[in-house]
Design a protein around this ligand. Structure first.
Ligand SMILES: *Cc1c(COP(=O)(O)O)cnc(C)c1O
Length: 647
């Protein structure tokens, strides 16, 4: 369910009467913002936090100003620490409420999958804020296990190890186990078990073992490949029984305590979740029947984020809320296990996206706008004009709502005729420019009349998009928003100021890379999908800032060095009860020297090469020695500078 009905921008009809409320409806901030974001009457986008019954609103533009004062340029990732705290609290409290209401006889233990955002300060904050709920970590590799062991201080939190595990990985986990950490090995394949058994015997440590099952239940959404028979993850039913057999023979069945299933990320439909849990319960009871003690059921990730704010079962949305998610899981477990008189297991979930998406946003300034307004057109056709040009004038002057298609066809034809003549040297540069300007003017007029027309061809329908502005943003899509490029992810995007003014331009966004994929031309707002976004015209001498929201999950480390744009600046801000905010951490993004060394250049050698070049220019009398010095300084400053556009 991707952009099936992409509509065009609905620009304000009466810009003069615009106010911030209208921006708030247009961009849908109260729908996707989940009450963490809002727009003030002054037209500023704010982070909105509740402290008791008091609501504190902090304008993002104030934080941007604070960053500027500290020498942190755009683009930047802004992290609001409070939002990590709030999300951990909300997820844990929602499970606790559901458990209490249903009379479920066990507790909830969340684990955060490190792969969703491995940044040290994010994990530190999660470990810190998660402590009061015994929120643990999920590791999918040795590196992530090392992070988990070193970050978690609380022995009631779990570490869940997924992924392929070699001997070293297993030994690390066993040592953690011996130190009192509840570290589970989740078996992805049957072959892992022999290493686990062998190493634990050698070290004399009993492991905690889980099994990842392959559910037949499938899900909607982008990640449906994680479930179903062809999923590359998890044990098939017969492999599962082989593992049980192997454990029995080794007299280790008592170590099998956890069942793991993960249906995929961003599951938009609650029905899929319910049926997945139900199937997992069958496996759980089957393993108890086989004599395993069990005690933990891990339902993986999948809790979605409503990037669109439509509360629907579309790919980038979700047709359920957090409470409903928790009730569904708790109820389904009870419904399945109670008739079999199986004790309620500890409920484990591995929500990544839902925990971190809200806490980060990408902020950037707009460098330039390319519009498609026609250039100067003389009031009437210049003397001795080509017939084609005279015809274009006539088309322009006779457009009505009833002949749009005809005028469009004619404009295209006459313009192309002039281009053809130009090609053969029979029309001048000026003829060509005038023909192109006239065609643009005609299309502008057609596009204005389109809303009144009854039937519109696909060609005409895409006209407003062709005429929309291109806003060049100071960011790299590949570095900061890789999922837009890779999987057509939609993120909410809007300006962070001037929201009390009407956004009168219709735009697509282009990034700094010279790659035609480096653009954003799919948006969700105003109750629909659109190919362009309404934005404000730039004011000269004033920066225009946009924010891409909800980017805390997956974007940071999946990003790459396309065109050698490196990591952006990152700041982590904590908002206080009195509305002030503190810059808790600042990270300067990659310098050019940094990214060059990632691709194996040695900046020192490059400096030397440049020095030699300059020195021989001195010798040849091309430049003076002071000039040489100036050039060397410029070269070094560039090496040490930010990879993005600096004002
Ligand atoms: C990726 C992943 C998750 C996280 O999924 P979200 O949808 O982000 O919550 C959880 N568990 C496993 C095994 C994963 O691979």
């Amino acid at each position: 369910m991707t952009k099936a009905h992409a509509n065009h921008t609905t620009l304000p009809e009466s810009p003069a009467e615009w106010d911030a409320q209208q921006s708030s409806r247009l961009y849908g901030v109260r729908d996707w913002g989940a009450e963490y974001f809002d727009i003030t009457d002054e037209g500023n986008a704010v982070v909105s936090l509740k402290f008791g019954d008091k609501t504190i609103q902090v304008p993002l533009i104030d934080i941007v100003q604070g960053m500027k004062d500290r020498g942190l340029d755009m683009p930047a990732v802004l992290r609001i620490e409070n939002l990590l705290d709030i999300r951990i609290t909300q997820i844990n409290e929602a499970f606790h409420r559901a458990i209490e209401q249903a009379g479920y006889q066990n507790h909830y233990r969340g684990v955060f999958p490190i792969k969703v955002n491995q940044q040290c300060h994010v994990i530190e904050e999660i470990a810190d804020y998660g402590r009061r709920y015994h929120h643990g970590l999920e590791a999918g590799s040795k590196a992530e296990l090392i992070i988990a062991i070193s970050q978690l201080r609380d022995h009631d939190s779990l570490i869940i190890c997924n992924g392929y595990k070699d001997e070293e990985f297993i030994e690390l986990g066993l040592y953690a186990r011996q130190m009192g950490i509840k570290c589970f090995f989740v078996l992805e394949t049957a072959t892992e078990l022999s290493t686990i058994l062998e190493r634990s015997k050698a070290l004399g440590i009993d492991p905690l073992i889980g099994m990842r099952i392959r559910l037949a239940s499938t899900v909607e959404g982008h990640w449906n490949g994680d479930s179903g028979d062809r999923s590359i993850f998890g044990l098939s039913t017969h492999a599962l029984l082989e593992v049980v057999e192997q454990l029995k023979q080794a007299d280790m069945l008592h170590c099998l305590q956890l069942l793991h299933s993960h249906l995929g990320s961003q599951i938009p439909n609650i029905r899929n979740i319910r049926s997945g849990v139900m199937e997992a319960c069958r496996f759980y009871s089957g393993l108890i029947e086989e004599g395993a003690p069990m005690g933990y059921i891990d339902l993986g990730g999948g809790l979605a984020v409503d990037y669109e704010g439509t509360r629907s079962n579309s790919t980038h949305s979700m047709n359920y809320g957090l409470d409903e998610y928790c009730y569904n899981i708790v109820e389904t477990l009870q419904e399945c296990l109670d008739p079999l008189e199986i004790p309620h297991p500890v409920i484990v979930s591995e929500s990544g996206r839902a925990l971190v998406a809200y806490s980060s946003m990408l902020l950037f300034n707009v460098l330039e706008v390319r519009d498609h307004k026609p250039g100067h057109i003389p009031a009437s056709a210049p003397e001795d004009s080509h017939d084609m040009i005279i015809n274009l004038y006539s088309v322009r002057d006779h457009i009505t709502v009833d002949n749009l298609q005809e005028c469009y066809n004619d404009s295209l034809y006459y313009r192309d005729e002039i281009r053809e003549l130009f090609h053969h040297g029979q029309a001048s540069l000026r003829d060509r420019a005038l023909a192109e300007n006239l065609a643009l003017a005609i299309w502008e007029k057609i596009s204005e009349l389109l809303p009144q027309a009854r039937r519109i061809s696909a060609e005409l329908e895409s006209l407003p998009e062709l005429l929309s502005d291109i806003y060049y943003g100071n960011f790299s899509l590949f570095q900061s928003l890789p999922d837009i490029w890779a999987i057509d992810q939609l993120f909410p995007i809007m300006p962070i100021h001037r929201l009390d003014e009407a956004p009168t331009r219709s735009a697509v966004l282009a990034d700094m890379t010279c790659d035609c994929d480096g653009k954003i031309d799919a948006f969700s707002y105003d109750d629909g999908y659109h190919k362009t976004l309404p934005l404000h015209p730039l004011k000269s001498g004033e920066e225009y800032y946009l924010s891409v929201f909800l980017v805390g999950a997956y974007q940071e480390t999946l990003g790459d060095l396309h065109n050698l744009f490196g990591d952006t600046n990152v700041v982590s801000v904590h908002i206080n009860e009195d509305g002030s905010f503190d810059f808790i951490r600042e990270f300067h993004g990659d310098s050019i020297a940094d990214v060059l060394s990632y691709v194996e250049y040695d900046p020192k050698v490059m400096q030397e090469q440049f020095r030699r070049l300059a020195e021989s220019a001195v010798r040849e009398g091309r430049i003076s020695v002071p000039m040489r010095q100036q050039m060397l300084r410029a070269f070094n400053d560039s090496l040490n500078g930010y990879t993005f556009f600096e004002r």
